[in-house]
Design a protein around this ligand. Structure first.
Ligand SMILES: [Zn+2]
Length: 307
């Protein structure tokens, strides 16, 4: 398992794959994140994580149309489908997407057992019922949520999606599903242009800073916690609301991002709710810098788990 005092961490060496040249997604951030955690003594040099096995076709088809899932598995997506996703095409990408789904489900099971667990990938929230989009092939959070509900492990789920982009895929997958509450706090003017309807959407103006962001979040969490009690919370801790993000549009500081993660984790844990975290987005020319932003989440998880 992970280092002393750490919540369970889920990771896989194949979370990082090589994309074709010219692809702008910082795929190497997953490897840099692990290295950064090792440097800080939060993971041992070797091991220190639980590794998932790739998710199977039929389980994934509980949240995506089966024809789409088959085309991903067989590496025969149409040019339009590939363009919408933006990662290019390879058997590696398909396998990695299956690993991320299984990783979030594994982390969710660990969260039910230990109160808090982190998948060091995941948050592919633009993947909707019929297709992938915006660097997202399969929606790992929807996959894990659906799996737990199907198994009867949980009765009600809350998704707190603080990635700077709207969680449109997750919202569409669970629209009208009374068992899943979806909350998205995002930059209104950002991708996707056409928004879906989450249970609760808050679209922020460009350049929103720490104070306004954290006030809005605090009120939203209060409102959610006053609603029906979930069995588990999925937290998409996208690191793209910071000012230095290449495509974020908001203006949080690093300290503001850290305060955000701590607020979500402490409030949910204080309410006795199990929490599973996924990384979500984070964009920059230097993948090591992006990985450092994700470290803030794991530090917050460590401190919350120890409290
Ligand atoms: Zn994002």
């Amino acid at each position: 398992m992970s280092g002393p005092g750490m919540p369970p961490l889920v990771w896989h060496p194949d979370y990082t794959i090589t994309l074709a040249r010219g692809r702008r997604f910082p795929m190497s951030k997953y490897g840099y994140l692990r290295a950064a955690l090792v440097r800080r003594g939060m993971m041992p040099e070797s091991g220190g994580y639980l590794a998932p096995a790739p998710a199977g076709l039929h389980r994934i088809a509980r949240v995506h149309e089966i024809g789409y899932v088959e085309r991903v598995f067989d590496d025969r997506l149409t040019p339009e489908e590939l363009r919408a996703i933006g990662l290019g095409s390879s058997a590696q990408i398909a396998r990695r997407s299956r690993l991320a789904c299984a990783g979030t489900l594994l982390a969710a099971r660990l969260a039910l057992e230990h109160g808090l667990a982190c998948n060091l990938a995941g948050g592919s929230h633009h993947a909707g019922p019929l297709r992938g989009a915006g660097y997202c092939v399969f929606n790992d959070v929807a996959f894990a949520a659906r799996s737990l509900l199907d198994e009867g492990m949980v009765r009600r789920i809350l998704v707190v999606d603080l990635d700077v982009h709207q969680g449109d895929g997750t919202a569409r997958i669970f629209e009208g599903d009374g068992d899943v509450t979806t909350f998205s706090l995002h930059a209104e003017a950002n991708y996707p242009r056409e928004k879906a309807r989450s249970s609760l959407d808050i679209g922020l103006p460009d350049a929103t800073g720490d104070t306004a962001y954290l006030d809005t979040l605090s009120r939203a969490l209060e409102r959610l916690l006053a609603g029906p009690r979930p069995s588990i919370v999925f937290y998409n801790a996208g690191a793209d609301p910071v000012a230095e993000d290449r495509i974020g549009r908001l203006a949080l500081s690093r300290a503001g991002l850290a305060a955000r993660d701590r607020m979500v984790l402490t409030r949910m844990r204080a309410a006795g709710l199990p929490v599973v975290t996924v990384l979500g987005g984070g964009y920059g020319h230097d993948p090591e810098e992006v990985a450092e932003r994700h470290v803030l989440l794991i530090e917050a998880a460590r401190d919350t788990a120890a409290a």
